[in-house]
Design a protein around this ligand. Structure first.
Ligand SMILES: [Zn+2]
Length: 351
């Protein structure tokens, strides 16, 4: 009987199940190099994987057909990087060569819902046709209370939410000739709030980054510019939806039947949205910010999180935009300095 462990998987529901059903606290895992805490017989996860396979894949050759373990990993990222051979692990979990013999090919089932394409249509509608009352199917399903799609989306928001403890640090940069006052390093006043990726003109959000270098890059300084850089420390426990890796963070085994298909389709859309949030747009094309502004306002309206986390296209590190911080209540400024972009190496130099 082969054994797998909690660190073989990234899905937190599977990890919880393994902890609950564990047979031993000390035995070695047969499949991974992670820090094994508890193990179970592989076959005890058979039902969970059969459900994922039946819901999402069809056995045989078809468009995009591939080895089943590769398809599962590409779509769901359930196996952790510690697992040497997901194919071997899957074979032992299913323990039925009629389903999977280590190389059996499957292809993805046709999705009944395609939120990514609805999102693409909605983006166009918001910019070119209906700004405040769009008719797109995404708007009339996902964004409407009481729909299954909305319920699944709320569940996903919960799975993607990060709790930020009090005392966490964030960086904020502004191009300036001197060190600015504390109140100039927080959220800008409404009358000065220009269009951003997350906020429309006139509605101010606070844009921060986890690293100084990222916050400096995000203000897009020219060589020779001086930049005031501040470190903000959170005074409250905050929550943000983390869009940096939605596929890795969502837990497919928590959804049932049709909900899994909807959840996966929403994850496809969130990946697309996450990329759009990462990309800066030229100052004269601010209409192109409308779709991401629309989405961020929807997230804000749910009142479940305080902001949105996404990757910066400048260096791959993370940006966090906070919706409503009354600066002095949310953050204290713990450090400020002046920096400049070095002309020879494009590096940031303290001055
Ligand atoms: Zn393991």
């Amino acid at each position: 009987m082969t054994k797998c462990c909690n660190t073989c998987f990234t899905d937190s529901e599977l990890r919880r199940k393994i902890r609950t059903d564990s047979i031993s606290e000390d035995s070695d895992c047969d499949f991974c190099t992670g820090e094994t805490e508890v193990t179970v017989n592989c076959e005890s996860l058979k039902y969970d994987f059969e459900f994922l396979i039946d819901t999402l894949f069809v056995k045989g050759e078809g468009e995009n057909s591939d080895d089943l373990s590769i398809l599962i990993q590409n779509k769901l990222l359930v196996f952790s990087d510690n697992v040497a051979s997901p194919s071997d692990l899957l074979k032992n979990i299913l323990n039925d060569e009629r389903i999977y013999d280590g190389s059996t090919r499957y292809y993805p089932r046709m999705m009944e819902v395609e939120f990514s394409s609805y999102w693409t249509e909605l983006r166009q509608e918001l910019v070119e046709k209906n700004r405040f009352f769009p008719q797109n199917r995404l708007f009339t399903s996902l964004f409407r209370d009481q729909s299954t799609e909305n319920r699944v989306f709320i569940e996903l928001v919960g799975q993607l939410t990060d709790s930020i403890p009090i005392g966490s640090n964030f960086c904020r940069a502004r191009i300036a000739n001197n060190i600015l006052d504390d109140d100039q390093m927080g959220k800008p006043p409404k009358k000065l709030a220009t269009d951003g990726r997350a906020n429309p003109v006139g509605i101010a959000y606070l844009y921060t980054s986890e690293e100084i270098r990222t916050s400096v890059s995000e203000v897009r300084p020219s060589i020779g510019n001086t930049i005031c850089v501040a470190t903000l420390s959170s005074l409250l426990k905050l929550r943000v939806i983390d869009l940096t890796a939605p596929r890795r963070k969502f837990n497919p085994t928590t959804f049932e039947d049709k909900e899994l298909v909807i959840a996966l389709s929403i994850v496809d859309m969130l990946e697309q949205l996450s990329m759009e949030l990462s990309k800066p747009i030229a100052q004269d094309r601010t209409l192109n910010y409308l779709p991401t502004q629309f989405f961020c306002e929807f997230i804000k309206s749910l009142d479940l999180v305080d902001g949105v986390k996404f990757s910066s296209s400048f260096d791959g590190q993370n940006n966090i935009v906070f919706f409503e911080p009354n600066n002095s209540n949310y953050f204290s400024i713990t450090d400020k300095k002046l920096a400049r972009i070095d002309a020879t190496q494009h590096t940031i130099v303290d001055i």
